[in-house]
Design a protein around this ligand. Structure first.
Ligand SMILES: [Zn+2]
Length: 225
């Protein structure tokens, strides 16, 4: 199985075909997905401005993997501290993880799970992960309130930023399977002008009008949420 660092190295390897580097970015996002895979992927597409034709902006993949790696570093620093605390607690005979700490056992994946892949916080991932860890670790998480916006939750989900603070357990089924499939297909294809892709610079928009280049591969990225 590919590790995050190995996949990130391949994303940064400009000697590889751009589409292969995109697939390696997907490997990174499968292993570091604060919002769950699909919402994290949509966040990266929008925030790093990854175009449908990757050749239009080769640096976009670098921006995306840099953002993801920075968020992962913040998580790892936190996880190392938690591991040290657990070792000390075990040495004192406290072998059961306290209820308040159990969210830390599942890693960074889904610490702010977003059931709807199009609704997630817009700030950079390192900012969001850092803020969440501060709130979660301090014990300041208020029942029924979003730790990022301080807005009341509706059906366990923040109506402002879209996160589900308690993770994916008990997630509400906001969308039917067919809608989820449609959304994911559009996110993966990054169809220009569809609302599922970053805004296209005017110069590229004009060039694309006459271009007939087909999308490299229209197979979908993954069924993972
Ligand atoms: Zn919120």
């Amino acid at each position: 199985m590919t590790s995050f660092p190995a996949a990130a190295l391949r994303v940064r390897d400009e000697s590889l075909p751009a589409y292969n580097r995109l697939l390696q970015l997907r490997e990174c996002a499968l292993r570091c997905a604060p919002y769950g895979f699909r919402a994290t992927w949509h966040h990266l597409i929008i925030n790093a401005r990854i175009p449908q034709r990757l050749e239009d902006d080769p640096a976009a993949l670098m921006r995306a993997v840099d953002e993801l790696a920075a968020a992962r570093t913040i998580w790892q620093r936190h996880a190392a501290g938690f591991a040290a605390e657990r070792r000390a607690a075990k040495a004192r005979g406290q072998r059961v993880v306290p209820l308040r700490d159990r969210w830390q056992q599942h890693g960074i994946i889904g610490i702010a799970f977003c059931p709807d892949p199009l609704r997630h916080p817009r700030d950079p991932l390192p900012v969001i992960v850092g803020r969440l860890l501060d709130v979660y670790a301090s014990g300041a998480l208020v029942d029924g309130e979003c730790p990022l916006c301080n807005e009341p939750l509706r059906k366990k989900i923040c109506s402002d930023c879209g996160i589900q603070p308690r993770g994916r357990d008990g997630a509400m089924k906001l969308t039917g399977a067919s809608r989820t499939h449609f959304l994911w297909r559009e996110i993966w294809l990054r169809t220009p002008g569809s609302g599922f892709s970053p805004p296209m610079p005017a110069v590229l928009r004009d060039a694309n009008r006459s271009a007939t280049t087909a999308v490299g591969d229209d197979s979908l990225g993954t069924d993972v949420q």
